[in-house]
Design a protein around this ligand. Sequence first.
Ligand code: NAD
Length: 459
Amino acid sequence: MAKLSVVNPATGKVAATLPADDAKSVAAKYRRAREAQPRWARVRLKERLATIERFRALVVRDAERLAHVLTTEVGKPIAQSRNELKGLLPRLDFFLEETAHALRSERVSGERGGPMEERISHEPLGVVANISAWNYPWFVGSNVFVPALLAGNTVLYKPSEFAALTGAEIARLLYEAGVPQDVFIPLVGGGAVGEALLAQPVDGVFFTGSVGTGRKIAAAVAGRMIKVQLELGGKDPIYVCEDVDVATAATGIADGAFYNTGQSCCSVERVYVHEAIFDRFVEAFVAEVRRFRRGNPEDESTYIGPLTRAPQVKVLEAQVKDALAKGARVLTGGKRAKGPGHWFEPTVLVDVRHDMAVMREESFGPVIGVMPVASDAQAVELMNDTQYGLTAGVYTRDRARAERILAQVRSGSVYWNCCDRVSPRLPWSGVGDSGVGLTLSRYGIEAFTRPKAWHLRSA
Ligand code: NAD
């Protein structure tokens, strides 16, 4: 049987070895999920909601242990692993509160029992494939599998091979909460297991990951009449206007760029600063970044951990090298850090331009470029000069100015005086290479259903 080794990215040591899936076991799991689906769809919504409510209580019960599992396998600093588990609860609460409303069938014309009544009901898609990323496995996983299950789908859940232990914990808690074992089925393995899953006749594919893999998934399911959602990467910009409190803006944006060691889809990846305050902002920003403690992710005070995936060290090295060759300067960091595991120093670059990879390609690590701009118009032009469009933000005291700027930015989410923020009540979506489809908000519940049109004539 194939095996998957889970490597602790802070130490480079194998933390666990798991039996992995292969094409045959994936096909068998698909058949179980297919058979179970109509039964699960007939379970009353109230009961499905009760299982997720119990799941929530079990997450609370086991939170501390789950945080350590997450830190072991992805290297997330322990305080941030705890935050992820804490942050999961309001998302679950949102789904618990909102699902009945979002799934209620609706009379849109005529009287009940009248001569012609028109209704819309929300039918589950069927069996859905949930292929997920490792950087926030509790968030990006639950954004999909919770509403999918609540809507009456069965779920084949393929967590990232870098978050396989968390995937197993999620399954264990869902089962303990009362979700039948054929209704939510985890798969263990990497890209090949994902491909084997896509070879099955599933009814929907919900993917979170890189644009490169997203393209492969789109190609693999092309021609099949099924729902496909792709939540992909970003190169998210922030524009700092000249009227801000520099210290406050620098603190907020440094956190938005370096939290989770810069490995968030909505990490700030480019900063544009009005030239009137550029030097002051850069000084405050670099001072803030130098204060970040890098080290053992099990340590309570660690803010910067290792990179979860070893190859990303080379990606960051190449981005810095390319930038330096084209005239950029490193103000802090700039290279891989020593030690077992995979580490990169928190890095700030200036004198950057848009012909440098660091301003165009997703860094997905603790590296950022800061660039002066002369006007709001130039800021908008540079913010939009990207293949991506996940989030974008503006820092200014002037709300009307912020709204004017943000209205012109092509982006799924926009922020005024905040960044790196996700709300369960708002849709999470991308423009361009940041993907298609959405999760969260009531639209992110409906996404797991197919509207059915009822034309009912009484005679
Ligand atoms: P990835 O694309 O390497 O892997 C994602 C998942 O796809 C994994 O489970 C992987 O095993 C699987 N996979 C790989 N090749 C496959 C194939 N050919 N067929 C089917 N499945 C395959 O991404 P990652 O490194 O896990 O995650 C980081 C990326 O995810 C970043 O680009 C980040 O911005 C993005 N992300 C986006 C969001 C969002 O909401 N938009 C959220 C989190 C992460």
